[in-house]
Design a protein around this ligand. Sequence first.
Ligand code: GLV
Ligand code: MN
Ligand code: MN
Length: 416
Amino acid sequence: MSAVTSPSGAVVADTVAGLLAEIAGVGRDPVRGGYSRPVHSAPETELREWFVSHARRRGLEVETDRNGILWAWAPAPGGSRDRAVVTGSHLDSVPGGGAFDGPLGVASALVAFDQLAARDVGGDRARAIAVFPEEEGSRFGVACLGSRLLTGALAPERALALKDAEGRTFAEVARAGGLEPERFGPDPTLLGSLDTFLELHVEQGRSLVDLGRPVAVASSILGHGRWRLSLTGEGNHAGTTLMADRRDPMVAAARLVVRIRDLARTVPGARATVGRLTPVPGGTNVIASHVDLWLDLRHPEDGVTAALVEEIRVMAGVLAADEGCAVTMSEESFSATVDFDPAMREELLTVLPGAPVLGTGAGHDAGVLKDHVRTGMLFVRNPTGVSHSPAEMVEDADAEAGAAALTESLELLLRN
Ligand code: GLV
Ligand code: MN
Ligand code: MN
């Protein structure tokens, strides 16, 4: 452990870099590089235990709520959790992700709580650190699963039926992880006790590098969604099936990937990605019988996103038919464009003077909570500008600057 302790044994100060160094070996992916920490996997469970031990050392009251969100509470004197100011982020990762997407916000939250305690401020108001499960949706397909369940943005029946790549349901995996899936669902009482949520996150682009600043305040999140396209053809032998006789969904999928890219290029502000494609059965000498392809589509205007989805649906039908295949397309999740509360943004800028105000193309639990709780975000400079990749980076000094900015912000929010 990296903490500096006082003579009484109380934690005086961890550093963000020191905390992240403690988990640097957890969930490394020897094949993809970087980290693979899917929800309820051994590495993600280890990270949650790591967080719990740090929270308990600080005397915080740790609980996992009915939706699997971890909370570490410092109630107000008398034990009230009302009007709580909350910070936090997530500990799961994309496959082969970086070290900072999620953990930076969690480690910074611990350090900010240390700094508030050291200054002896904010103690008359409830505060908490939250760790949200399956923020990336990398195991069950729907991002921000914990916050969507908490807020009612996702029906528990739908969440429970989601399957991972091995065909295990979320219900099954969550139960094995110690949760009670029958209790999943909106929690208006918990939600009602939250006054403010402020999430600190690594910047996932290069704006802060270009501006020469370590920390920004968030203005917006680009609307985004995920769609699954399932193409069905005829599985057959690679050597004995004449080219004219094939119904190959892989060919239709390949043509579709290119056409989606071409379409998105014609629409200013659009971002379309096919980052995952699964042929069944997936043999070198086998014509696939089936291909699943996942589309990630983002645009600032939700109406444009909807129109693009319809265009892609038609395009997929035509390309599939050209190859003698069939296709279905279904929405897995959608999050409308989010504009964070301008008043809160202005408030944060009073303690972070000169901090740039930036929008982001990445999704966050803060975007889901925003309709229910006063919500904002801070971004910390990423010198590579790369994210969802092992190349994601934060310099130690910037990580500490981020934690200091979070402390200042929480102190202000706790006062108001
Ligand atoms: C999560 O980081 C996303 O934007 O998909
Ligand atoms: Mn994230
Ligand atoms: Mn991410």
